[in-house]
Design a protein around this ligand. Structure first.
Ligand SMILES: Cc1ncc(COP(=O)(O)O)c(C=O)c1O
Length: 438
């Protein structure tokens, strides 16, 4: 087998001449031969520069909730931008989007942003200003964006660097972080009730926030154990700590009200991005009125030249309208469930030990471990090499999840039943291929 990738490779060489590693995000660099140049997307498909078509389950790391170039979103944006894109004044579109977010998620006040990084950064500042404390807890394997404060012990960290569960090490994900920043963060294993309780009891007086991805959206979608999110809520209430749900991946994907609705636990602040705009740059921070009103002109900063710009905001208005008026979430749950069940069956029939993780709209599977992991340390016991080989065999057959098992498979509204069937046929062949060549 072997796709033709001549044009793709030529364009990648051109990209490398002017763009470091030929990509505008390190996460997109897969290696010299594997990094793709993509020219087009429509519905559940993307095409590379050589015209090879892929059923897309990366969906740009999650934002595409409806499908690529979804007509009602594209049309709303095109129509809106004819009237200008940026005014540095409030627009009716911003009001509509804030009202929709509040109605769908239950947050009382909303501010818009452009990226997940931006809103998690602001959320931490608001929490510090609100509590007058400086440190925060996050969980190992969670990723909250590119700002220095949160780039510790993310899903890019090797297990060997994390230290013991009793005494975890804050591992910087990158060079270039000022060394004292590490003192503001405490990383703990996800789902570890005992460690969390003892840490909060020892440090509550300096803790502004606990920031949590309600499920491990950057580590195969590992789910919270029953009572885990409730436990975090209870500790935050007991010690007046701001609970931040980072719903950049779960928001508008696992329920219209996101993880707050799905798991039935309310946070004080919630960050959204990705599915909010179906692929356009838009993000939001919302929360309880009392906490959100900490943002105060001249006292606590929140802003940005492009916040509330017409492009992203029009996309969010159209995306949220579709989510509110059509059974998008129900549909992706049904089709995602069929896909998960099919994948599970094929792996079982092939005798490959595995565990399925996450929820149908954002799921993955870990090879080589039968017991479902509860944290990032557990994820790391899986067989990444085998996963990568399986995914590369799938990509050859026109099905494109991320080759890194930490990044879940994402479903969108235009993944039809036929597309799921085609995916499962390719998956079965890819598994046979991998077994044959082992
Ligand atoms: C949970 C979570 N928070 C924040 C971010 C950062 O978002 P962005 O890439 O839009 O800055 C991401 C990105 O993947 C994410 O998964």
């Amino acid at each position: 087998m072997g796709r033709k990738l001549e044009k793709t490779h030529m364009l990648f060489q051109r990209a490398k001449a002017v763009i470091p590693y030929g990509v505008n995000s390190n996460f997109r660099y897969w290696g010299e031969k594997e990094t793709l140049v993509v020219t087009r997307g429509e519905g559940p498909y993307i095409w590379d520069a050589d015209g090879n078509r892929y059923i897309d389950y990366r969906l740009a790391f999650g934002p595409i909730i409806l499908g690529h170039a979804y007509p009602s979103v594209v049309e709303r944006v095109a129509e809106a931008i004819r009237g200008g894109t940026l005014f540095a004044w409030t627009t009716p579109l911003e009001i509509e989007v804030a009202e929709r977010i509040a109605r769908m998620t239950g947050v009382e006040k909303v501010r818009l942003g452009n990226t997940g990084t931006e809103v998690t950064m602001h959320a931490l500042r608001i929490a510090r200003a609100y509590t007058g404390r400086e440190k925060f807890i996050k969980f190992e394997g969670q990723y909250h964006g590119m700002h220095d404060y949160v780039l510790f012990s993310t899903a890019s960290t090797p297990l060997s660097a994390l230290g013991s569960r009793r005494n975890p090490i804050n591992v910087p994900t990158t060079s270039g972080i000022p060394k004292d920043i590490v003192h503001y963060v405490i990383n703990l294993p996800f789902n570890d009730f005992e460690r969390l309780e003892e840490t909060v009891e020892a440090h509550w007086h300096e803790l502004a926030a606990i920031i949590v991805e309600p499920l491990l959206g950057n580590a195969a979608g590992i789910l919270p154990q029953p009572g885990w999110l409730e436990k975090i809520r209870e500790l935050c209430d007991r010690y007046s700590i701001v609970l931040i749900f980072d719903e950049v991946k779960t928001g508008f994907r696992i329920a219209n009200g996101g993880a707050q609705e799905y798991f039935g636990v309310k946070a004080d602040l919630v960050t959204y991005a990705k599915a909010l705009g179906n692929g356009f740059p838009i993000a939001a921070i919302g929360g309880k009125e009392e906490v959100m009103m900490t943002i105060e002109p001249g006292a606590v900063a929140h802003g940005g030249t492009y916040t509330g710009n017409v492009v992203g905001t029009a996309a969010a208005a159209a995306t949220l309208e579709t989510l509110e008026s059509e059974p998008v979430i129900e549909t992706i749950f049904q089709r995602g469930r069929r896909l998960m069940d099919g994948v599970h069956q094929i792996l079982t029939d092939a005798g490959i030990p595995h565990s399925m993780t996450g929820l149908p709209p954002i799921f993955s599977f870990i090879l080589g471990v039968e017991e479902e992991p509860v944290d990032f340390r557990g994820y790391c016991r899986g067989d990444d090499v085998l996963y990568d080989r399986l995914v590369m065999a799938l990509i050859e057959r026109g099905v494109m999840p991320d080759s890194d098992g930490r990044e879940p498979w994402f479903l969108c509204y235009t993944h039809t039943d036929e597309v799921i069937d085609e995916t499962l046929t390719a998956f079965e062949e890819a598994v046979k291929d991998v077994i044959r060549n082992t």
